[in-house]
Write a protein that binds this ligand. Structure first.
Ligand SMILES: *Cc1c(COP(=O)(O)O)cnc(C)c1O
Length: 506
């Protein structure tokens, strides 16, 4: 991995498939026509459709090469903090592709869907068990949508009791960025509380907010472990303070990868939490989905869950029988968030994952995730500034800057890592750490891989001081060099087709 990192020319990008064609080449042999020929309606036909004429092998090679330009967890280490880019066992994919699951039409009636409903029911139960919640809805399609569901439930809980004054939600400044966004989208106002010098919630600031504005507080949203990778040391005090003034507690549980089998948020006193199946429970993510962000709740919020959820309609009559499952909308539901039943393919993958690991295996996942993060942290502590020098959860943050190399920034370090064949960590997040690099190794990596990463980080720190231009010009080995990231995000070009005249001909 560390070889071949001399400065190299940027390779030419693959030619567009439109430039590969040659008139008369064909990719498929169609069988002889065995029905009477008839003309297509003239107004549907176009003479100017510039599609390439290519053979099958050209198409296969073209798309395989394109796919190899992408970086992926199946190619190498991916320590992208907060995103939990762990390896997704291929067995989960096989399970999700079983025809009985993959080809099941969402409008199939109850009798024809009992197997799928049983799987969803088990998954609801297991997720509830892992986090200590009474009920779970699998409906939300992403973590952020689970957050939105959770805050709407809190809203409706207060309104249902005739309590209409609660318009504010407390969010610590170490929260994930989706948390304040969710609060605002759900129509609440954010009250931000600062962190103290250990990276925990500043209890004095929180106490003041609760004392001064208690009757306006609908609840608090807190990410645990926080985006600093730290487990909140005063979590019981925080929960108690907010509950005392009548607010409910939301836990952002996207990072359950650090907590499974070790601590149950429901037992700590949280009222509602979302899970990210596409992080912790090994369903693939990136490139925009699909995801799954189930929500778990205690008895208070159970009637408000988004629907439908799976319930046992008729218990089994004998031991060798199965119960009858059905889809129900909870009594005071906030409604539907998604067509049909959520992203069912993700439910199958998460079910397979939990089932294969079992309870002790799931606990080991978290223990190893935490061990791996602490191993890297401990071995980099002499090379980089680590702002909160204490045990971390599944990830930790360091400062990507050096007093004796003032022109080098976190972004340069990240780009240089690509030359070592490693995906960059999360950059400039969390916002409360200057030049932040958020590193999450996950439990699926070997010690050898962690050591290679540590070695690369140390070599880059040395290069920063001796050959900073190596970092400034990086990446040297990627298909494209350093991008204008603002332009890449704002003027995204999604289609490589040459400009075609539109149907109106102008
Ligand atoms: C990833 C993440 C989210 C958002 O999840 P999406 O599925 O991307 O919407 C929320 N909170 C935390 C802490 C996360 O890591």
């Amino acid at each position: 991995m560390l070889n071949g990192i001399e400065k190299t020319e940027t390779k030419a990008l693959e030619p567009l498939i439109y430039d590969l064609g040659s008139p008369g080449r064909i990719g498929v042999n169609l069988p002889d026509c065995d029905v009477p020929e008839s003309d297509l309606p003239r107004d549907l036909m176009r003479d100017d459709l510039k599609l390439p004429e290519v053979g099958e092998l050209q198409v296969v090679r073209h798309f395989l090469k394109l796919s190899q330009l992408n970086y992926a967890i199946d190619k190498g280490f991916y320590p992208l903090g907060s995103c939990t880019m762990k390896y997704n066992p291929k067995l989960n994919e096989d399970m999700a592709r079983l025809p009985g699951f993959a080809a099941l039409h969402p409008l199939t009636d109850g009798e024809g869907t009992q197997g799928a409903l049983a799987l969803m029911h088990e998954l609801q139960r297991w997720l509830g068990e892992i986090s200590g919640f009474e009920a779970v809805s699998l409906a939300p399609a992403a973590g952020a949508q689970g957050e939105f569901a959770g805050i709407l439930m809190i809203r409706n809980y207060h309104l249902d009791r005739g309590d209409t004054q609660r318009t504010k939600i407390i969010v610590p400044n170490s929260a994930h960025g989706t948390n304040p966004a969710t609060v605002t989208m759900a129509g609440f106002e954010v009250i931000e509380v600062p962190s103290d010098n250990r990276g925990d919630v500043d209890l004095e600031a929180l106490r003041k907010v609760c004392n001064d504005r208690g009757s306006e507080i609908a609840g608090m949203m807190i990410t645990v472990p926080s985006t600093l990778g730290l487990f909140e040391e005063h979590i019981l005090d925080v929960i108690e303070m907010v509950h005392r003034v009548g607010g409910l507690m939301y836990m952002d549980g996207a990072n359950m990868n650090a907590l499974m089998g070790i601590v149950k948020p429901g037992e700590l006193g949280f009222d509602v939490m979302h899970y990210n199946l596409h992080k912790t429970f090994s369903t693939p993510h990136g490139g925009g989905g699909p995801g799954s962000g189930p929500v778990g709740v205690n008895a208070k919020l159970k009637p408000f869950l988004p629907g439908p959820i799976v319930e046992i309609i008729e218990p089994a009559q004998a031991e060798d029988e199965t119960p009858l499952y059905g889809l129900v909308m909870p009594e005071k539901t906030i409604g539907r968030l998604k067509a049909f039943h959520g992203n069912f393919g993700m439910h199958v993958r998460a079910y397979a994952y939990i089932r294969i690991y079992g309870d002790t295996g799931i606990r080991d996942v978290s223990r190893h995730a935490v061990l791996n993060a602490n191993y890297i942290r401990a071995r980099l502590v002499d090379t980089y500034t680590i702002p909160y020098p204490r045990y971390c959860g599944h990830e930790f943050v360091l400062e990507g800057r050096f007093a004796d190399a003032p022109d080098v920034h976190a972004l340069d370090i990240s780009k240089r890592l690509m030359d070592y064949g490693i995906h960059p960590p999360t950059n400039y997040f969390p916002l409360i750490v200057p030049e932040a690099l958020l590193i999450e190794p996950t439990e699926t990596e070997t010690k050898e891989t962690l050591d290679e990463f540590i070695e690369a980080m140390k070599r880059i720190a040395h290069e920063a001081k001796t050959q900073p231009e190596l970092l400034h010009d990086a990446p040297h080995s990627a298909p494209v060099k350093r991008l204008d990231e603002v332009k890449a995000a704002r003027d995204l070009v999604l289609c490589c087709a040459p400009a075609l005249p539109n149907a109106a001909g102008d």
